[in-house]
Design a binder for this molecule. Structure first.
Ligand code: SF4
Length: 332
């Protein structure tokens, strides 16, 4: 690994998240405004060979993991070609999906050895699912999660916890890990453009653990070793096949060990999930210019914590977080 992907805090960036599209077949309230977002013209979106060329540049400079996100990555018609091309690189490829069309892509995922699948599911209630996603697809998503587990995929489920919405399901979610070898991850609600974020709506790491330890006795809640660069704090209820985890970007940010960079569907590099500044890679690529200097400059310009919102006070400053894109246009 050379220094192109090492920032001024000596963090080596080995993990690239690529958003393949801004389009989605759900309308989750914490991800995009009700009216949706103005979609970019198709010509502004990276073509599959451009995704491959940019990804190869990152892999040549030390990236070892690529996660495909969206919007909903699996709605791209050329997803089989994208997976085929990325599978030719020496890199682990993973996907984050809303799970609706997984069943249609199972063979392709197996063919290109994509085993790590994160599925977004914020509730186990069909009614609440419709409320938060504005679509009626709960059964499809749930069945596809079971299908993934039955087919031996490594499944993580991501749930954004929101006060007075799904906070009361924490124990039910964890009970899912009794028989299912999955990792259920609770995500602290984060501020992005258009998602009407408010700290009062967020369920914190401490609040989650209070609910867990008041339901399960302390001695049955096992703290697991987190992986290097892990965004989540991992636990298991003794005797359960699966585990649960908490991603606490708001109350316990984990930026010290950050190894993540993000590429948006229109070829802009974000050096942090919360960074309002972006570096245009696609235009230079299309002009036949080298993209490495742009990447290196972007990485060196990375803030230590949350794109510069290093305090909760700053994170609550709408002027600061509304300069960023909405989550749908970043891909988490
Ligand atoms: S907030 Fe930014 S710096 Fe911190 S872990 Fe997330 S991407 Fe990395």
């Amino acid at each position: 690994m050379n220094n192109t992907l090492t920032d001024s805090f000596k963090r080596k960036h080995t993990y690239l998240r690529i958003s393949l599209t801004e389009r989605c077949n759900l309308r989750c309230t914490y991800c995009m405004p009700a009216e949706g977002i103005p979609l970019l013209p198709k010509s502004h979106i990276m073509a599959y060979d451009e995704i491959y060329t940019i990804a190869k540049t990152f892999v040549d400079n030390g990236v070892t993991k690529i996660r495909l996100t969206g919007g909903e990555p699996l709605i791209r018609k050329d997803i089989p070609v994208i997976l085929e091309k990325l599978a030719s690189l020496k890199v682990e490829v993973a996907i984050t999906t809303n799970g609706i069309t997984i069943d249609r892509h199972l063979d392709t995922l197996k063919k290109y050895n994509i085993r790590n699948i994160n599925v977004s599911l914020d509730t186990l209630s069909e009614g609440k699912f419709k409320e938060i996603t504005r679509r009626n697809q709960f059964q499809k998503v749930y069945q596809n999660i079971i299908l993934l587990v039955e087919n031996g995929f490594n499944v993580k489920i991501n749930a954004v916890l929101i006060k007075d919405f799904n906070e009361d399901e924490i124990i039910d979610f964890i009970e899912m890990t009794k028989e299912l070898p999955i990792s259920f991850r609770f995500i602290e609600f984060m501020p992005f453009d258009g998602n009407k974020w408010d700290l009062k709506k967020m369920v914190s790491y401490a609040e989650i653990m209070k609910k867990v330890t008041s339901h399960f006795s302390e001695e049955t809640v096992e703290r697991l070793q987190d992986a290097e660069n892990d965004t989540s704090k991992n636990y298991r209820i003794k005797g359960f096949k699966g585990r649960f985890a908490i991603i606490s970007s708001v109350t316990n940010p984990f930026c010290d060990s950050c190894n993540r960079l993000r590429l948006t569907a229109d070829g802009k590099l974000k050096n942090c999930l919360f960074s309002a500044t972006e570096s245009d890679i696609l235009t230079s690529l299309r002009a036949g210019k080298s993209i490495e200097p742009i990447i290196q400059k972007a990485v060196l310009g990375k803030f230590k914590v949350r794109g510069g919102m290093d305090t909760l006070k700053k994170l609550q400053e709408p002027k600061l977080h509304s300069k960023n894109r909405s989550m749908i246009a970043i891909g988490g």
